[in-house]
Design a binder for this molecule. Structure first.
Ligand SMILES: Cc1cc2nc3c(=O)[nH]c(=O)nc-3n(C[C@H](O)[C@H](O)[C@H](O)COP(=O)(O)OP(=O)(O)OC[C@H]3O[C@@H](n4cnc5c(N)ncnc54)[C@H](O)[C@@H]3O)c2cc1C
Ligand code: FES
Length: 284
């Protein structure tokens, strides 16, 4: 008998990272035409996770998809996901409602290093669905507000109808201890706020580059121009952080699907500094 056999007989083997656990949907709401919000609870005990980690969600009989946890561990035993329907699994998830069950593997990956940011200023820049992973850290920081310096939250969307967590973002603004600004690329008749790309908001805020971290998550074009803006403000590359998305399968650094130049995004990421991202791109 191998040690694994012995452990299995004793019932002592660690649960396999390849076998989904069951989660029950406590709440499911359609946020936009394509994005659906889920509040879930694991059936066999709490999901222990950190801001920035992701889970692999299984729709049995169809497949699985990696999805960022958009809640913060400070919220207790439940966890939350925002899913954009783009294909097989994510479109199927549109039909899931309160009381239904899903398979969940994980949490996987590294996380935002909130300890290293303590006492420092943080500027969050979230474009579109990028608000989902960013929200996990935003909520963590707002729940531990006195541990951090100035907090600025910039949120962008293509149009008002695509803004995620609209009411919650307004609540953050009302707290009075964070500078919250929202912009849309194109306004509609109802919109009274900022219009223009998210980088334009940099002109409206004060940044002390000596003690500021920037968490930038959004589509590639937004990420590119926002990083340029952050660098122009003097924020160093090692204090610009992001969350990368790659096609993934196992989630545990075994299959190689997510690999870039020997780095496994599922295990070594998805959170990287811009300094690391540049090295991955340039191979240095
Ligand atoms: C770490 C990580 C975190 C993510 N967080 C979220 C999230 O919070 N919310 C969310 O809606 N989506 C998130 N995604 C993207 C999500 O995993 C994909 O949209 C999903 O896997 C598509 O699966 P599908 O079966 O619905 O689509 P498919 O039918 O497989 O494909 C539809 C399209 O999506 C692309 N795609 C397939 N798999 C992936 C993948 N793993 N990553 C990126 N693109 C893919 C395909 O190239 C194709 O263009 C995340 C991805 C990663 C890697
Ligand atoms: S998804 Fe398998 S190695 Fe990363």
């Amino acid at each position: 008998m191998t040690q694994i056999d012995v452990d299995l007989v004793k019932g002592a083997a660690a649960p396999s990272p390849y076998v989904p656990r069951m989660a029950r949907i406590l709440d499911a709401t359609q946020m936009t035409e394509t994005e659906r919000f889920f509040r879930l609870q694991m059936e066999d005990g709490p999901l222990e996770y950190e801001p920035g980690q992701f889970v692999s969600v299984t729709v049995f009989g169809l497949g699985e998809a990696p999805i960022s946890i958009c809640s913060s561990p400070t919220q207790g035993e439940v966890f939350e996901l925002t899913v954009r329907s783009v294909g097989l699994v994510t479109n199927a998830l549109k039909q899931f409602k309160k009381g239904d069950r899903l398979g969940v593997r994980g949490p996987f990956g590294n996380h935002f290093d909130y300890d290293v940011m303590k006492g420092q200023d943080i500027i969050f820049v979230a474009g579109g669905l990028g608000l989902a992973p960013t929200r996990s850290l935003i909520r963590y920081v707002l729940d531990k507000r006195k541990d951090y310096g100035k907090v600025t939250i910039l949120v962008g969307a293509r149009e008002p109808k695509w803004l995620l967590f609209r009411d919650e973002v307004q609540e953050w603004a009302k707290r009075g201890d964070a500078d919250v600004r929202v912009t849309v690329d194109r306004a509609d008749a109802s919109w009274k706020g900022n219009v223009g790309v998210i980088t334009k908001l940099f002109g409206k805020i004060e940044i002390d580059p000596a003690k500021t971290w920037a968490a930038i998550v959004g589509p590639p074009v937004m990420f590119k121009f926002t990083v340029l803006e952050a660098l122009a403000e003097g924020i160093p590359e090692h204090r610009i952080i992001c969350s990368l998305e790659r096609n993934m399968k196992c989630g545990v650094g075994k299959c190689g699907h997510c690999q870039i130049r020997g780095v496994y995004v599922c295990r070594d990421g998805p959170v990287f500094t811009y300094e690391q991202v540049k090295r991955l791109r340039e191979g240095i």
